[in-house]
Ligand binder design. Structure first.
Ligand code: NAD
Length: 374
């Protein structure tokens, strides 16, 4: 196949879908790789590195749309890019299918086969392709660095000749992939860490990282059979507000990561609760794009309300583009190996990963989960 790597268009995107080391791997599997000029520049992968790895550098994206069988990106395709697609081409990248339904319909109408990196099934077999996990790892880590930067205090306990400095207390809400990485990073910086997640299985993972798990009476079983959180009932959220509210006057930083796949993020911190935090405290809301876990979060903005800094910066993985791109491109390469590594080299739509990640094929939207939500 001829595989094309598109340069990202979004102003806040610094990642690239394929790094040079993955070009070599695809070349070994007999694919040709074409890269749009400067596609990797913001991720510190200059064109020469791609050339050395055996890729052809193409000045304009038009040539990629014209020549390639398969196109790779990080961000969903923009309107102009969808217009440029040709029938029979394949696209692999994030697609945000729930919110970008118009784009998905246009891609289907173009008879393009598309695979969404944000729809890779969250099963053990697909872990090496799971971009949601790899990028959440980056976001969880970076969220703590942002908090440390904004907090007018130290994170660690310090015993100095000028007195003893108490460690900062960090509360992490939602202990999935991003939350667990945030806990580990805050611990490494010496903070005292507390965390809460409605999935009871998480308690052990939180404690194994040296953090304290906030206990709460659970009015319902919050875990799906697939190990994910269900959408919480009003009663559950009310109890959760009480449990979190009791901790807020004692914490310096809150990192919120709570999400429910395909839904608006649960509201975990109301304006009244923000007022319970000490002046100078910091909230980093990793769910800002999904509506935010804090009522005062503004997506893409950092603001101060009631003396508390509330940071709704979007696309945290783009802040560490070298490793975020490296991890994303490993996920993509593993997906391509999986999709086309079949005996016949043809896509196998009976396979759970192929079927689960495929959004459009043969002129139609084929993803059952997406269709059920449209
Ligand atoms: P996510 O990004 O969808 O959600 C983040 C966290 O928010 C989850 O831990 C969830 O339980 C939590 N949450 C939801 N409602 C909440 C509420 N009301 N209050 C507080 N927290 C709330 O999830 P994720 O991090 O992508 O994945 C969650 C878990 O799934 C992981 O910890 C892991 O166990 C599992 N997982 C498995 C695989 C795999 O096997 N391939 C891949 C990724 C994740």
């Amino acid at each position: 196949m001829k595989i094309g790597v598109l340069r990202e268009q979004a102003s806040n995107e610094t990642r690239v879908a394929l790094v040079p080391s993955m070009v070599s791997i695809l070349k070994k599997a007999n694919h040709e790789v074409l890269v749009e000029a400067a596609a990797g520049a913001k991720a510190m992968f200059p064109d020469e590195k791609y050339s050395e790895a055996g890729a052809e550098i193409v000045a304009e994206s038009a040539a990629l749309f014209e020549k390639c069988d398969l196109l790779l990106k990080v961000q969903p395709l923009a309107d102009g890019e969808i217009d440029a697609l040709r029938e029979g081409q394949t696209f692999v990248g994030y697609m945000a299918p729930f919110t970008q339904q118009k784009s998905v319909k246009k891609i289907a109408a173009k008879k393009v086969t598309s695979f969404a990196m944000d729809f890779i099934p969250r099963i053990s077999r697909a872990q090496s392709m799971d971009a949601l996990s790899s990028q959440a790892t980056v976001a969880g880590y970076y969220a703590v660095l942002m908090a440390a930067n904004l907090l007018p205090k130290f994170f660690p306990l310090l015993m100095t000749a000028a007195g003893t400095i108490a460690p900062a207390t960090v509360l992490v809400l939602g202990a999935g992939v991003a939350g667990l990485q945030a806990i580990a990073t805050a611990k490494r910086l010496g903070a005292k860490v507390e965390a809460f997640d409605p999935r009871t299985a998480v308690k052990e993972q939180v404690m194994s990282l040296g953090a304290q798990f906030i206990e709460m009476e659970m009015p319902e079983d919050m875990e799906t059979s697939g190990g994910y959180a269900k959408e919480a009932s009003e009663e559950f959220i009310k109890k959760e507000h009480e449990a979190i509210g009791a901790r807020l006057p004692k914490v310096d930083v809150v990192i919120t990561t709570a999400q429910v796949f395909g839904k608006t993020a649960p509201l975990l911190i109301t304006e009244e609760m923000v007022k319970q935090l000490r002046t100078g405290s910091v909230i980093i809301d990793l769910a800002a794009e999904q509506g935010g876990n804090c009522a005062l979060t503004k997506a893409g903005k950092v603001l101060v309300k009631h003396g508390v800094t509330i940071d709704g910066t979007l696309n945290l993985p783009a802040k560490l583009p070298v490793h975020a791109s490296q991890m994303y491109s490993k996920n993509v390469t593993n997906l391509l190996k999986h999709l086309y590594g079949t005996e016949s080299g043809e896509l196998d739509f009976e396979d759970e990963i192929t079927k689960g990640a495929c959004i459009t094929h043969g002129g139609e939207i084929v993803n059952e989960f997406l269709k059920s939500r449209m």
